[in-house]
Design a protein around this ligand. Structure first.
Ligand SMILES: Cc1cc2nc3c(=O)[nH]c(=O)nc-3n(C[C@H](O)[C@H](O)[C@H](O)COP(=O)(O)OP(=O)(O)OC[C@H]3O[C@@H](n4cnc5c(N)ncnc54)[C@H](O)[C@@H]3O)c2cc1C
Length: 384
């Protein structure tokens, strides 16, 4: 059995310069009341105007070529910017998916026309995407996808449905995994393609599924004879499974997989400091040291991306450990300090506690469940 290797995390001086820049930007925006920090804002804090501001500053599409509206910065500079945005609890959900995975997917598999059309709009913070993988009968077992596109003149007719689709109510497009050939139980991963679906097209219906908090975050999406033009096929027909798996490495590896509850951890630290209680500080320091380890691992994954490697096994490991951690922040906070969690609570701690507790069950489901990730890690270790 082989061990998993991660490069030693190193952040250069340039990354610290950009950290100072974004830190100052966020301080001023918060002071001006542009946003109130919240937990889990990368999926539920949608603010198109804030996304456009980030786009103007060059903080979306950071690593992409300049000819597509990108900024040719390093993956580590991007890492630092995402880390600062998440730890400030800033409202980044509108553009998050497009920046994190749609852009890299189009750069790798898209046509020149698709790249030129979509990437500059994404980098300006104006064009948002949703992830169309899960279906009512296809979650962990994604190869069971049944949405189906049939070839017609000039394009495809898409029928079927997707579920748990984050942000489909504010996204302009969805990258949709569907069958483009008949289902073959012997070769379940074959015959799937990725189609770029305009969510405002005739035949598309987006219906809300409300969270326990009452917030509208994800949706059901129905397709009834939706016409998809030929030029909206991404990559090769029939290669959808492989392309979708590449996308998942981007989806799983970032600091959003352990920083969703960071605003709570920060406020907990403030409160514990005020008590001066050494026992509480000891308990808190255990959380902080785990956070530090996760951070070093996640930076290591960013370094692998920088070198053009596909860190799928490491990404699965960071996501598994990271999402368990972000769930436990709420548990530990509850045990250490008396709180009255309330979404509309006046005290920051109460407010962050309520958001964390109510969002936490989804952390270890979205982007692949704990059990599935552990399967990937186990297979990765054995086959290395
Ligand atoms: C907040 C949130 C946002 C989401 N956003 C999106 C989105 O934008 N787009 C999208 O496509 N999907 C999205 N999802 C869906 C998410 O990817 C699925 O919920 C997840 O993949 C699990 O699928 P499922 O819900 O069908 O559960 P199931 O696959 O039915 O799993 C149920 C349970 O069985 C376990 N299980 C299943 N198979 C195995 C196995 N082989 N071995 C061991 N255990 C197994 C699972 O680990 C889980 O605990 C989102 C989910 C959440 C919670």
């Amino acid at each position: 059995m082989a061990s998993l290797q991660l490069p030693v995390a190193e952040l250069s001086e340039e990354t610290e310069l950009i950290r100072a820049e974004i830190h100052e930007f966020l301080r001023v925006e918060q002071e001006n009341g542009t946003f109130q920090p919240k937990c889990d804002t990368w999926l539920s804090g949608c603010s198109p105007s804030f996304s456009r501001k980030l786009g103007e500053r060059g903080w979306i599409g950071m690593t992409w070529p300049k000819r597509y509206g990108g900024h040719e910065r390093s993956a580590l500079e991007r890492y630092v910017v995402t880390e600062e945005l998440l730890s400030a609890g800033a409202p980044v959900a509108a553009h998050w998916i497009a920046d994190r995975q749609t852009g890299p997917l189009l750069l790798r598999y898209g046509t020149e026309e698709q790249r030129s059309l979509f990437l500059p709009k994404i980098a300006r913070g104006e064009c948002y995407f949703a992830i169309g993988l899960s279906e009512p009968n296809a979650g962990s077992d994604l190869a069971a996808v049944q949405s189906r596109a049939v070839k017609v003149e000039g394009g495809w007719l898409l029928n079927g449905s997707k579920t748990w689709t984050s942000g489909a109510h504010h996204a302009h497009y969805m990258i949709t995994l569907c069958r483009t050939s008949a289902y073959n139980p012997e070769k379940r991963h074959d015959g799937m393609s990725q189609l770029l679906v305009d969510l405002s097209a005739p035949g598309v219906t987006v219906r809300p599924i409300l969270l326990m908090t009452g917030e509208h975050h994800f949706n059901e999406v129905f397709f009834e004879d939706v016409f998809i033009p030929d030029d909206c096929l991404i990559g090769q027909e029939g290669n959808g499974w492989k392309q979708g798996m590449t996308e998942l490495a981007y989806e799983r590896s970032g600091p959003e997989r352990f920083l969703s509850t960071f605003p709570l951890l920060q406020e907990l630290t403030n409160q514990v400091k005020m008590t001066g209680d050494k026992h509480l500080m000891g308990q808190l320091s255990k959380l902080v040291s785990r956070l530090w380890t996760l951070r070093l691992m996640s930076i290591g994954v960013a370094q692998m991306l920088e070198k053009g490697e596909t860190p799928d096994v490491m990404a699965a490991l960071v996501k598994d450990m990271g999402t368990k951690f972000e769930q436990q922040v709420a548990e530990v906070a509850r045990l250490l300090i008396p709180t009255s969690p309330s979404i509309r609570g006046a005290l920051l701690l109460d407010h962050f506690m309520a958001e964390s507790i109510l969002h936490a069950p989804g952390f270890t489901l979205r982007g692949g469940t704990t059990e599935i990730l552990r399967g990937i890690v186990a297979k990765g270790v054995v086959s290395k």
